[in-house]
Design a protein around this ligand. Structure first.
Ligand SMILES: Nc1nc2c(ncn2[C@@H]2O[C@H](COP(=O)(O)OP(=O)(O)OP(=O)(O)O)[C@@H](O)[C@H]2O)c(=O)[nH]1
Length: 195
């Protein structure tokens, strides 16, 4: 599929399993976890998160508050990304989670190459935070949220999302707990392929 695709990093949420704060701002090898995600995604154009945008100022990207701020969950962040991209005249976004620093660098190209309105990454299970979305779906997504849809997977299944298998060794390892952060630091120490 041709056309521009804008990377949106989902960085909101409550980080309850981590004990609060922003998982993306935790240190991993001398830089924040989200810096790894921004670099790997390659086409990052915005960060999706509620709260004070100043905490992300160092990345030089717009910080998008959730389109439905009282609606917890990453789908509201996806909608914010779609609304922002539509305003920029960009037809498609690809989303990545700010707490997942080791996915392949060609992820956006792999998802963007599939000609479908919703493309979900999978590797030993679905990873709905990693997906490509046509922004033309935003009014449908808004309506679904208002109607009570909460889980990304439910909405994507309703849309008949195409699945793309992403290669790699546990490519969507994500940092939810302090033990996960320790494991990520150990993985980083394994070699330059993870930096
Ligand atoms: N924009 C936005 N992103 C979110 C929201 N909730 C979660 N995310 C992001 O979606 C990804 C997956 O989030 P989870 O780990 O399921 O939820 P979390 O709130 O970060 O963590 P827990 O409270 O421990 O479940 C992470 O990158 C989060 O930053 C939200 O309400 N808005």
């Amino acid at each position: 599929m041709g056309g521009e695709i804008a990377g949106i990093v989902l960085a909101g949420g409550q980080s309850r399993r981590m004990g609060g704060g922003d998982k993306g701002l935790l240190d991993l090898g001398g830089r924040p976890v989200i810096a790894h995600v921004i670099a790997r995604l390659g086409c990052t154009r915005a960060i999706s998160a509620n709260g004070d945008p100043a905490r992300f100022a160092g990345f030089g990207l717009p910080v998008l508050p959730d389109s439905l701020p009282d609606w917890p969950g990453p789908l509201a962040g996806v909608l914010a990304g779609m609304d922002w991209a539509a305003g920029q005249g960009i037809p498609r976004i690809v989303t990545a989670a700010a707490d997942t620093p080791f996915f392949p660098r060609d992820l956006a190209a792999r998802l963007g190459a599939v000609e479908a309105p919703v493309v979900m990454a999978t590797s030993g299970g679905d990873h709905p935070a990693f997906a490509a979305w046509d922004v033309s779906l935003r009014d449908d997504l808004r309506a679904a949220l208002v109607a009570g849809t909460r889980r990304m997977r439910d909405w994507m299944d309703a849309q008949g999302a195409v699945r793309v298998e992403i290669p790699g060794e546990d490519p969507f390892f994500n940092i939810n707990t302090p033990a996960d952060l320790d494991a990520a630091r150990r993985r980083l120490a394994e070699g330059p392929q993870w930096t």
